[in-house]
Design a protein around this ligand. Structure first.
Ligand SMILES: Cc1cc2nc3c(=O)[nH]c(=O)nc-3n(C[C@H](O)[C@H](O)[C@H](O)COP(=O)(O)OP(=O)(O)OC[C@H]3O[C@@H](n4cnc5c(N)ncnc54)[C@H](O)[C@@H]3O)c2cc1C
Length: 545
């Protein structure tokens, strides 16, 4: 029986980072992945469309990773292993149906000027908001980088109290609960400014009318201005290979085709994992699982070893809206309509949307089970950053549609598509993709003739690629407030420890939620490698570093 200090289930970014950090600390580590390739949502493919085109099948953009504590700690080693990031000074733009545009750059001055172009005064409003945000950025980013259900979470609260006072803390907390709609309409006069930032809230798993979406919009806007939109040259596969290399070079294993079917528990303590074929991989110090609560408390623990109220809560865990991906290989760069064509082609992420109300309407339609009439099209252009992704003179379009019903499709808000029994058949998938591509074709004038190949992934296809993406929810569970922050994954089991000793829960379903920031893998690795309490107390004595 193979035995390791730690066994990880799943090989997404959180597991790989956690495993790499433990391996660097001298732990023997095994990562078990049921798919044939490691990486989870990082899935780079050179055979998705045509030879010479390198597609990110799922996750594409790495600002959360390059801005993370994990990257700060691993950067030198990742550099040595050939992980090279390219970035831009023009991370995002929005293309509106009337042909107008709005852009967001990495410069405060340029953003002010751009916002003033649409409504004088909006630039100054953004400067005020950004400066106010930065004055407490350590608290805001701290919420997302701290184990909230712990002493560290309490310390963050105390720090906020000392700095802001009782009323200030109340105000700060209240402001984090506001909606994106309230924040953008209260801050900006122009619809373009609102439509520039509101679509970003979709990338946090929320909609613009949900609690905390105003805070998340500000976090993203600040992160875009500070960090741009980096991607790894050659695709995320390079990062996956480098992190896996850290594990294996330290003597650990990254095993693919290894489906964990049961966590083995004895005397209230996790002892290892049983694989589908019956093989047992033993863990002497930790079992760390990057799965949904549904899988953890259902399949992997079989409803035993934890209090019934936890298993019951896990059964009630909610999944969010579903997603569709459209991948296009183009024969030529895109010709965007209008005067800003060149700038739009330089922008890695362009949102095509009527604006704030357009996003709100599409989210609402999806939440009522309908295909939206006018979805927000996230048009990704990776070649604008990394020319190695396509042959010379050619182009890739990576389309993300984040406003689709969770579960069965009940109908079409536009009244055009027959949604049948509501399951994602090939016909439904392609018909909906036709609507999106036709709309995109009204914005990119050469789209139709330049398209060499198109591949569409429905929510069902996305779930088939990664079991954690239940129903095509790419964020590992609804990010509504009652399932987020302190309450993620479950109010009955907050944080990353579990009721079973030595069993840790990480991944998108846990705090700080989805994205490539690797926050949960990092937090658990730090907790596991924390020096014992007497050492920490000794280290505080005068004269000790
Ligand atoms: C289409 C799409 C686009 C996205 N775009 C971005 C983006 O551009 N930028 C960004 O920051 N975020 C993006 N995200 C979100 C981000 O990619 C995810 O939140 C994040 O990668 C999740 O990482 P994770 O550590 O939770 O594990 P995951 O990436 O979900 O990986 C979990 C792994 O565990 C494996 N597994 C599950 N159960 C078992 C088992 N029993 N035994 C063995 N293996 C198991 C799965 O096969 C999977 O490989 C995107 C997600 C998707 C799906």
């Amino acid at each position: 029986m193979a035995t390791f200090d730690a066994v990880f289930v799943g090989s997404g970014i959180n597991s790989l980072v956690g495993a790499a950090l433990l391996a660097r600390s001298g732990w023997s580590v095994c990562v078990l992945e049921r798919n044939e390739e490691p990486g989870g949502c990082i899935r780079t493919s050179t055979d998705l469309t045509l030879p010479g085109f390198t597609h990110e099948v799922l996750a594409s953009w790495h600002p959360l990773f390059t801005g993370s504590a994990a990257y700060a700690e691993l950067k030198d080693e990742l550099d040595q292993r050939g992980v090279e990031y390219v970035n831009t000074d023009l991370p995002s733009g929005t293309f509106f149906p009337d042909g107008s545009t709005a852009f967001f750059t990495t410069s405060l001055e340029e953003n002010s000027a751009e916002l003033d172009r649409h409504a004088p005064g909006d630039g100054a409003a953004w400067e005020r908001q950004f400066n106010a945000f930065m004055a407490n950025a350590d608290l805001s980013f701290g919420i997302l980088g701290t184990e909230l259900w712990s002493g560290a979470g309490l310390s963050l609260g105390r720090k906020a109290y000392r700095r802001l006072g009782r009323k200030g803390l109340l105000e700060f907390t209240g402001s984090t609960l506001s909606t994106c709609r309230d924040w953008v309409t209260g801050t900006f006069a122009s619809e373009q400014a609102r439509g520039l930032l509101a679509p970003w809230v979709l990338h946090t798993g929320l909609g613009p009318d949900q609690a905390t979406s105003g805070f998340m919009t500000q976090v993203i806007a600040a992160a875009l201005q500070l960090g741009g939109m980096p991607v790894p040259v050659g695709g995320g596969v390079r990062l996956v290979a480098a992190l896996a290399g850290i594990v294996t070079d330290a003597g650990g294993e990254v095993r693919t085709g290894a489906d964990a079917e049961r966590i083995l528990v004895a005397n209230g303590r996790a002892k290892g994992v049983r694989l589908g074929g019956g093989e047992v991989v033993a863990a002497t110090r930790a079992v760390v699982v990057s799965v949904t609560p549904t899988q953890l408390y259902g399949r992997l623990l079989g409803g035993s070893d934890v209090p019934a109220r936890v298993s019951d809560a896990a059964r009630r865990f909610r999944y969010g809206r579903a997603e569709m991906q459209i991948h296009l290989a183009l024969d030529a760069p895109p010709q965007w309509r209008g005067a800003d064509a060149d700038r739009l082609a330089r922008c890695p992420v362009v949102h095509v949307t009527p604006g704030l109300d357009g996003v709100s309407r599409a989210v609402n339609e999806a939440e009522r089970g309908l295909l939206p009439a006018e979805a927000t099209i996230v048009c990704g252009q990776p070649v604008a950053l990394d020319p190695s992704r396509a042959p010379d003179g050619k182009w890739i379009v990576w389309v993300q549609l984040q406003e689709l019903p969770a579960g069965r499709v009940k109908g079409d808000a536009a009244g055009e598509i027959d949604t049948g029994d509501g399951t994602w058949t090939e016909a439904l998938r392609e018909e909906y993709a036709d609507r999106i591509v036709a709309r995109l074709g009204a914005s990119i004038t050469n789209l139709r003739e330049a398209t060499l190949k198109r591949i569409v992934l429905s929510p069902a296809d996305i779930e088939a690629l990664n079991v954690n993406l239940v129903g095509g929810d790419i964020y590992g569970g609804s990010c509504a407030l009652d399932q987020n922050l302190l309450w993620r994954p479950l109010a009955e089991a907050p944080g990353h420890g579990t009721a079973v000793d030595c069993l840790w829960h990480i991944g998108a379903s846990t705090h700080p939620g989805p994205g490539l920031g690797a926050g949960s893998g990092y937090l658990v690795a730090k907790e596991l490698t924390k020096p014992p309490l007497p050492h920490r107390l000794l280290a505080r004595l005068p004269g000790r570093s």
